[in-house]
Design a protein around this ligand. Sequence first.
Ligand SMILES: Cc1cc2nc3c(=O)[nH]c(=O)nc-3n(C[C@H](O)[C@H](O)[C@H](O)COP(=O)(O)O)c2cc1C
Length: 291
Amino acid sequence: MSEITIDAEVCRKDGLCTLACVRGIFQQQESGATPRIINPETCIGCGHCVAICPHGAMSHSDYPEGTVHSIRPEWTSTYEQALQLMRARRSKREFKDKSVERDTIDKVLEAARFAPSGHNAQGTEFIVVQDRETIHELGRLTAEGLRKMAKPFLSPVGRAMMRLFLGGRKTAIIAGFAPELEYCASLFDSGTDILLHNAPALLLFHADDVGGFALVDANLALQNAALAAETLGLGCFYTGFLLIGSERNKSIGRFLSLPDGHKLLGGLAMGYPRLSFDKWPERKPARVTWM
Ligand SMILES: Cc1cc2nc3c(=O)[nH]c(=O)nc-3n(C[C@H](O)[C@H](O)[C@H](O)COP(=O)(O)O)c2cc1C
């Protein structure tokens, strides 16, 4: 359990912690009083209390000395800068024959770990693959997984069986893209890496998938990573095929030595891009219901 204390001598009784805490752990009985700490066992360790207190009156066992940092206003991006980053990010699949330095990948990971997570679980773990042969083997196992997935949907008998297990709608959807999965697998087998595009590095996201928000958490971390990669001059793309392949080919999890209960939840292939874009294309307008 987290240990939380307020130094009454330092506390200016402004009540900011009572407003910032999502759990309502701080209660100010009357204005001008030092807040009381109620039910600290419900704390999710988000750090809002230590970040909001301007006077340093708050101590929290999850945040020892040196773990709470000042925000530098001069580094805060404008809306236009942030929007341009989001608009200009592209999936990049053509890479220079150049490996990505560990320092640069560390910077990407630094962005990934600051994504929000349900219940502040911070449960996403990362695997960095830089060895070309390992990446190629992951492509091969992915192709195997895609084939396994597509196979039952490619024949009338198989589809009839799958309808019994999955129902008509899901079967029709998977049957719709099964030929593409088979085609991509055969392209890979004949030497064209349409799955991982010979990327020099892979950043994989995994977590204990016991329900909760593990998948969402991993993909929020992934998007942070993708945007950070863009600012560092890297190009990347979401490795959807690898994810689909790993669903049907459990040897991918074993090959990666995923811990028991962990599932591959996201993947980014990355490298230095050969193409650079100086335009961004429009997207569909936001379909919004205002209520
Ligand atoms: C869930 C998901 C899976 C994807 N899987 C792949 C993939 O396996 N291979 C690939 O080259 N691109 C993949 N992409 C990239 C999309 O094709 C791409 O985001 C989309 O075409 C829009 O282009 P943009 O990312 O350049 O804006 C995936 C994207 C997402 C979000």
